[in-house]
Design a protein around this ligand. Structure first.
Ligand code: PLP
Length: 437
C-alpha cells in the first residue's frame, strides 16, 4: 500500500511518475524534462508520460503474472505504447477493430493479441481471425453463431494450420466495490456468460463443437478501479470449479487493480494484487498446469501520465467559490463528468508549495458540468497564464478524449532520460475539417 497524505499538503509523491523530481529552482521535471518548459515547447493541453514508469509497471506485471499477462490497451493506446508494452514482454488486449488496427500497425505480432468485445461485428472477427490473433474472448451466443459461420469449412476466414484459440468470458456473480459504470462481474451485466445459470457451461459445449476452434480457457473481469482485493479472491473462487470441471488450460482474471488519484488515497501494488490472486487460486485448488493470466490497464499507465493545462481565467465569486478555467476540460478528461472522479491539481513551477487555496478547476466547454476538479487545493499565488497540472491522468483520459465543441485532441509526449518524443501529435482543425464531405 502507498502512503496517504493530507489533501492540503503539496501533491503527494505517490501520485507522481517514478522519475518525477524537483530541480534546484524548485520546479517539477519528469523524465529529465521540466514540465513548464514542455508546455511552452509543445503547447497545452498536453499529456506527458514518464516512459520509464510505463516500462517499470509493465515489467512488474510480467513478474507478477508471467508473459501471458496482457496490457489492456483501452486505458491508453497509440503505436508507441503498443511497442513499449510488447518490448517489455506483455501481450496486448484489444476490444475493437480500431484498437486491433493500431496494435497491428505498431508491428506487434498478432499471436500476442487478445481480442475482446461484447458485440464484435463479423468484420471485426474476420480482421482478428485473418491477422491470427492469439486469443479471442467469446462473449455471447450470437458471437458463437458468428464464429461458427466464419470458421465453417470453406468460409475461408481462418488462416494457417493452427486452430482459432478462444477463451469463454464468464460472469462470476461478484460485485466489486467500485463505480457501477465500471462494475462488470455481477449477474446483471451485458458482458459474458453467467456461471450461476449454466449459460457458461452451455457456451463451452457449443464452442467445443465448432470445427477449427480450440477452447483454451476462461476469462472474467469484475470491474475497474478496485481497491479491495477480496473481490478478486471471490472471482477466483467462482471461476476455479468451472475451469476444473471443463479441464480448461487457462484462467484470466481480467484487469481492475485500482490506483490512487488523491493525496489521501492508497492503492495496492501490482505485486500485492498478484499475491492475493495466487493465494486464492491455491485455496480453490486450481489444477496444476493451468495458466493464470491478467489484463491490467489503468495500473500500468495511470500514474505515468500528467496533463498540463494553461490557466486562462480566474473568476472569484465572493462567498461562493473561485473558478479556475483551463484550456482543456471534459474533452480530454471525461472521467470527472462520467464517474464523479476526483483529481489533485498543482503548479509544476512550485510542486512543493502548500496548497492553501481551494478552487474549482473547469474547462472551456459550453456546459456547467465541464468540471475537472470539483475542489482543488492549489497554491494561493496561482494566476492567469500559469501551467496547471493534474496528475494520474494516464489512463482513460486521452483514450476517452473527444473533440466536443470541436476542441482538438491534445498532443501526447513520452519523456525519458532528458528526451521528449511526440507519440501522438496535436489534432488540428484541418484534421476535423477532413471529415467533412
Ligand atoms: N479487461 C477487460 C475485459 C476490461 O473490460 C478492462 C477494463 O474495463 C480491463 C481489462 C482493464 O481494466 P483496468 O484498466 O481497470 O485494469
Amino acid at each position: 500500500m502507498t502512503p496517504a497524505v493530507p489533501p492540503e499538503d503539496p501533491v503527494a509523491r505517490h501520485l507522481l511518475p517514478i522519475t518525477a523530481s524537483v530541480s534546484s529552482a524548485g520546479a517539477l521535471s519528469v523524465g529529465g524534462r521540466d514540465l513548464v518548459g514542455l508546455a511552452e515547447e509543445f503547447g497545452t493541453p498536453l499529456f506527458v508520460y514518464d516512459e520509464e514508469h510505463l516500462r517499470i509497471r509493465c515489467r512488474e506485471a510480467v513478474a507478477a503474472f508471467g508473459p501471458g499477462v496482457a496490457y489492456a490497451t483501452k486505458a491508453f493506446l497509440c503505436k508507441e505504447m503498443a511497442v513499449l508494452a510488447h518490448e517489455e514482454g506483455m501481450s496486448l488486449d484489444v476490444s475493437t477493430g480500431g484498437e486491433l488496427a493500431v496494435v497491428l500497425a505498431a508491428g506487434v505480432p498478432a499471436e500476442r493479441l487478445v481480442m475482446h468485445g461484447n458485440n464484435k461485428s463479423a468484420g471485426e472477427l474476420v480482421e482478428a481471425l485473418e491477422a491470427g490473433a492469439g486469443r479471442i474472448v467469446v462473449d455471447s451466443f450470437d458471437e458463437i453463431e458468428r464464429l461458427s459461420r466464419l470458421c465453417a469449412p470453406g468460409a475461408g476466414a481462418v488462416p494457417g494450420p493452427r486452430p482459432l484459440r478462444v477463451l469463454v468470458r464468464v460472469t462470476p456473480g461478484v460485485e466489486a466495490h467500485t463505480h457501477e459504470y465500471v462494475m462488470t462481474g455481477q449477474e446483471d451485466t451485458k458482458f459474458g456468460f453467467s456461471l450461476a445459470t449454466g449459460a457458461a457451461d452451455e457456451a463451452v459445449s457449443r464452442l467445443r463443437s465448432l470445427p477449427g476452434v480450440e477452447l483454451a480457457g476462461a476469462h472474467a473481469h469484475v470491474g475497474s478501479q478496485i481497491f479491495r482485493l477480496d473481490a478478486f479472491a471471490r472471482e477466483v473462487a467462482a471461476m476455479v470449479p468451472f475451469v476444473t470441471r471443463h479441464l480448461l488450460g487457462e484462467c484470466c482474471i481480467g484487469g481492475g487493480l485500482g490506483v490512487a488519484y488523491l493525496n489521501d488515497e492508497a492503492a495496492p501494488s501490482m505485486a500485492e494484487w498478484a499475491t492475493v490472486v495466487r493465494s486464492a487460486f491455491a485455496d480453490a485448488e486450481l489444477p496444476p498446469g493451468v495458466r493464470v493470466t491478467a489484463e491490467p490497464g489503468r495500473s500500468i499507465v495511470a500514474t505515468a501520465g500528467i496533463t498540463l493545462y494553461r490557466v486562462g481565467t480566474v473568476k472569484e465569486l465572493p462567498g461562493l467559490r473561485t473558478y479556475v478555467a483551463v484550456d482543456g476540460g471534459m474533452s480530454d478528461n471525461p472521467r470527472p463528468v462520467l464517474y464523479g472522479s476526483g483529481y489533485e491539481a498543482f503548479l509544476p513551477r512550485e510542486p512543493l508549495s502548500p496548497r492553501a487555496m481551494v478552487v474549482r478547476v473547469v474547462g472551456k466547454h459550453c456546459e456547467s458540468g465541464d468540471v475537472l476538479v470539483e475542489a482543488a487545493h492549489v497554491p494561493a499565488d496561482l494566476a492567469v497564464g500559469d501551467v496547471l497540472a493534474t496528475p494520474v491522468t494516464g489512463a482513460y483520459g486521452y483514450a476517452m478524449a473527444s473533440n466536443y465543441n470541436r476542441l482538438p485532441r491534445p498532443a501526447v509526449l513520452f519523456v525519458r532520460g532528458g528526451q521528449a518524443r511526440l507519440v501522438l501529435r496535436r489534432e488540428t482543425t484541418a484534421d476535423m475539417l477532413a471529415l467533412e464531405v
